[in-house]
Design a protein around this ligand. Sequence first.
Ligand code: PRT
Ligand code: ZN
Length: 286
Amino acid sequence: MENILSIAIQKSGRLSEKSLEIIRSCGIDFASDSRVLREMASNFPLQFLFVRDDDIPGYVESGVADIGIVGRNEYDESGKELEVVRDLKFASCRLSIAVPHGFAYKDLSSLEGKRIATSYPRILSSVLGRYGVKAEPVVVSGSVEITVQIGVADAIADLVSTGTTLKANGLEEAECIYRSSAVMIGRPDMSDGKRAILTRLLERIDAVMMARKKKYILFNLPAGKLDDAARIIGGMKSPTVTPLMDRDWVSVQSAVDEERFWSVFEDLRALGAEGILVMNIEKMTE
Ligand code: PRT
Ligand code: ZN
C-alpha cells in the first residue's frame, strides 16, 4: 500500500516493549496489547507487523515490511543489504568470546583450531577472518553458554549484557569482538510516498531521542555571574535570560546534556545560582 508504511517489530522479546514505547512517544496511537499479526496505527499511516526478530531483515528485504526494528547483530548476521536508518541505542549488548576457567586466552589467535559455539557464525567468521584466525564454528540456535560444559565446543562467542549468564555457566568473558544495539532498518528502494512517511516518523523519533539526552534547567542568578554561567552550561548559543524585579538578579533557562547534568548543577550552585528547577524535556529539535 503506497500511502502506508509498514514496520516489523519483534512480537515478544527483549526488543518488543522499547520498540513500541519509542513509537508511542512519537504520539502514534495503536491498541497493541493483543499483538495480533498486523495492526494499524489510529493516527499515523503506519502498520505494525509483529514477528520473530530473526525474520525481520528478510521481511524488510522482500518488501513484506518497509522498515523494521532489530538488533544490529541480527541484521549483520542476516547478510542482507538494507539501509540502517537509525541507531535507536537501546538493547545494547556485545558479542564476546568466552572461555572456560583454565583456558589460557591471550588474544584471538588463542582460538586457532578451536571449536567455537555461536549463533552468529557470519559475524564471528568475519572478525576471525580479519585477524587471520582459523577456528571451527559450531552453530547453535540457543543456549550457547552450555556448549562447553556438554563438550561440543572449546569456547563460545555469545551476546552479553551483564555477564551473569556467562559466570553462572563457569565461563569468563575473554574479549568483546562486536557491539550491538537496536537499529531501524529499511528498504533502500522505498517508493517516494513511503519515504515521505518515514521522514516524518524519523523527525519525531529524533526529537524524542534528543529530548531524552537533555534536561531543561531554570534558575536565578546574580546578573554579574551570567558569563560564568553560560560557560558552565556550555554548548548553547544563547541561554534565555529574563530580568527579575530585583535588578541585580536574572532568571536563566537552558537545555543541558543529561550526562553532564550533575557537574553543571554543582558548578552553578557554587556560582551562586538559586531556586534551580530541573525538568524533563518531552520533545526537542536542534
Ligand atoms: O523470539 P525471538 O526470535 O523474536 O527473540 P530472540 O530470543 O531471538 O531474541 P531476544 O528477545 O532474546 O533478543 C533480541 C535482541 O536483544 C538480540 O538480538 C540483541 O540484539 C539484544 N540483546 C540485548 C540481547 C541481550 N541484550 C542479551 N543479554 N540478546 C540476548 N541476550 C542474552 C545473552 O546472550 C544471555 O544469554 O541474554 C542472556 C542474559 O545476558 P547477561 O549477560 O545479562 O547474563
Ligand atoms: Zn530470535
